[in-house]
Design a protein around this ligand. Structure first.
Ligand code: BF8
Length: 659
């Protein structure tokens, strides 16, 4: 690992050099100049009231703030609030989607239709909505209303809790952490962590587990399902990933953020014939839509739209001087892009009342007039094309990597038996036989305090080499995409022989891009399917599976990590621990949670140790399941490289389209 570099992405390195030459500071330099506050970094700063903030760093567990709150209570409260915020972010995203589905069902959002009726009907089943004798739109309306109830219902539990294995549901009930309603869990967590309410570390963390589950099996799972219903369930598509996807002779329009609805319409608008003609009238050959962050993942897995990368690429993208407009909505949008854009001709367009930015153009998105608004934004970008300064254009001149992405739960199932006999049997058998050692969900952000992509790339490479199937989402998937690990050719070359054989037989690459961060819920669905298939226990807890977020930075990542642990998947986070101030918290998360949840939450910054721990946890799970001990190289060593041309049929989609 080249940790001394700010980024291991060669295109990012070129743009960082350009930033230096132009004396433009980016997050990379700001992170160098501004060291993290050591007190807050460890979770030891309490600012829940105005008697403080009380700084408890370096103190014993018994150290108290003015009110008497101890170090474990303070760190637990800080952690729980991160979970609540992360859950709120994913779930508010889902709420907007549910309202869009409602508008579609009622015929009020004419530019959208239900694209996956089969998924709508399956979801209706989960929610207890009878579909007999109803039109697609009537079902969509009822499903949307049922989804909206999940936020504020005053009785019962979340409907999707029932999608988890029975054993897991019993664990949640026994511990009192089965989520009831999404808003309720977020509100209760904020209440309980305010001054003078919950004074017991373990109880606070139980609340955090419940709030996190309201994200994983609530907001995030709803977000994924509604997006699939409205915009289509992903199946493999081929595209490109790099800071070099901008085209000099095109209008470059970047869509950045998280919610997919407006992005879907921008895809339609940018391909419109009239729009193309308008672009030509301004001297461009057409409009190039480019994704960034999780919106990129959404339109990448459904439409094969190229991505400029993840969180740390947003400033670097603008430094190419080729971005006519960057359309943003919510989450992970750096305020710094506003000032940076002013140094170029780039227009930043905000689209939601929830997220405005000084000096940005505000064009508010409304699903009732989605396509008209999308065309308005694309025209704004086109009008800005003549303002691009030719002399300011920078190409990284690094060939963009090919990417194959779009591995939904449905597609993985389809690949293991076809349209009518899809199952997880082949995957389970391969794990039982030891061909596949285990599964790792590699997810989460980039963080400028870590050499960009270094840990993601190192772990991807080493895990597949060790016969571990890697499933990826969010900025982690972007890191693999840019490094070329999402092409079967390259990944197969690096994969261990057992994993390679299985991937060859099933027709999937060893690194599967499953979507955006809300799509971590797809991993929960896959884990449930593996548990229910048989032969590997009857719960998610105990599977030879681990989740890793090696370069995390967002509260959303903390919520995700926590819901995975609550669901039975051990989790390892790099980039420092936000609870390191308290030994009791470490003890709870690494040990006691194993007794209660059959999983633990670890923080480990050393990449080699992260790998070692992940493999150790996988091997321990194998031993407990009494399945064959993993032996490296037991399944032959010949390098069977996947020839994409010869293998084209392997990536046939359920609808018969090759990629
Ligand atoms: O939700 S991985 S930096 S972009 S928070 Fe943000 Fe982290 Fe990227 Fe998407 Ni997820």
């Amino acid at each position: 690992m080249k940790e001394n570099l700010k980024s291991v992405d060669p295109a990012a390195q070129v743009l960082l050099k350009v930033a230096g030459q132009k004396h433009i500071a980016t997050a990379f330099e700001r992170a160098e100049k501004l060291k993290p506050c050591p007190i807050g970094h460890q979770g030891a700063c309490c600012k829940m009231c105005h008697m403080g903030p009380c700084r408890l760093v370096g103190k014993e567990e018994e150290a108290e703030g003015v009110c008497g709150a101890t170090l474990p209570v303070v760190t637990a409260r800080n952690f729980a609030r991160m979970v609540a915020a992360g859950t709120a972010a994913h779930s508010d995203h889902a709420r907007d989607l549910a309202n869009t589905l409602l508008a579609v069902g009622r015929g009020e959002a004419k530019d959208f239709q239900v694209k996956d009726v089969r998924k709508l009907n399956r979801v209706a089943g989960y929610l207890g909505v009878n579909v007999e004798g109803k039109t697609v739109n009537q079902v969509a309306e009822e499903v949307a209303l049922r989804f909206l109830e999940q936020f504020g219902q005053q009785k019962g539990e979340l409907a999707y809790n029932a999608r988890a294995p029975k054993k897991r549901q019993e664990i949640w009930k026994k511990l009192g952490i089965a989520p009831r309603a999404i808003d309720r869990e977020c509100v209760e967590m904020l209440h309980r962590t305010t001054m003078g309410v919950d004074q017991e570390m373990e109880n606070i963390m139980k609340g955090a587990l419940r709030a996190a589950l309201a994200d994983g099996w609530g907001g995030s799972m709803m977000g994924t399902d509604i997006s699939d219903i409205l915009f289509g369930t992903p199946k493999p598509v081929r595209t490109k990933a790099s800071l070099d996807v901008f085209l000099e002779d095109h209008v470059n329009l970047v869509v950045h953020g998280h919610e997919p609805s407006f992005a879907e319409m921008l895809v339609v608008a940018s391909e419109d014939k009239e729009i193309e003609a308008y672009a030509k009238s301004k001297g461009a050959k057409g409009v190039k839509l480019i994704g960034m962050c999780c919106t990129a993942n959404e339109i990448l897995v459904r439409h094969g739209i190229a991505t400029a990368g993840g969180f740390l690429q947003q400033e670097l993208g603008l430094l190419t001087g080729m971005v006519e407009a960057m359309v943003v909505d919510v989450q992970c949008i750096m305020p710094a892009i506003g000032e940076l854009a002013k140094k170029y001709h780039t227009k930043i367009v905000t689209t939601t009342p929830k997220g405005k930015m000084k000096d940005a153009v505000h064009i508010e998105y409304d699903e009732h007039h989605a396509l008209d608004l999308a065309k308005k934004v694309v025209r704004l970008a086109i009008d800005n094309f003549p303002n691009r300064k030719k002399e300011g254009v920078v190409h990284a001149n690094i060939k963009p990597a090919d990417v194959i992405a779009g591995f939904s739960h449905e597609y993985i199932e389809y690949m293991q038996g076809g349209e009518y006999r899809g199952s997880f049997r082949p995957l389970n058998d391969a794990i039982i036989a030891g061909r596949i050692r285990g599964v790792v969900g590699l997810a989460g952000c980039n963080n400028p305090r870590i050499s960009q992509d270094s840990m993601h790339n190192f772990l991807t490479r080493e895990l597949i080499k060790n016969d571990v199937l890697v499933v990826q989402t969010g900025c982690s998937a972007m890191a693999s995409a840019k490094a070329g690990y999402l092409t079967p050719e390259m990944a197969m070359e690096q994969a261990g022989p057992g994993l390679r054989q299985v991937c060859e037989a099933i027709g999937i690459p060893p690194t599967l891009h499953m979507g955006s961060c809300v799509d971590n819920s797809r991993i929960l669905t896959v884990a449930t399917a593996i548990a229910m298939e048989g032969g590997l226990g009857d719960d998610i807890g105990g599977l030879p599976a681990v989740g890793i977020a090696p370069e995390w930075m967002s509260e959303k990542a903390i919520a995700i990590g926590t819901y995975f642990v609550a669901s039975g998947v051990p989790i390892i986070f790099g980039a420092g621990s936000p609870v390191s101030a308290s030994k009791s918290m470490k003890e709870l998360m690494e040990k006691k949670w194993w007794e209660q949840l059959n999983a633990g939450f670890y923080f480990e910054e050393d990449p080699g140790k992260v790998l070692e721990l992940a493999l150790k946890l996988i091997d321990a799970a194998r031993e407990k399941l009494k399945i064959r001990k993993y032996e490296p190289g037991a399944f032959g060593t010949e390098r069977v490289l996947l020839d994409m041309k010869a293998r084209r049929g392997s990536f046939a989609t359920p609808h018969g389209v090759d990629v």
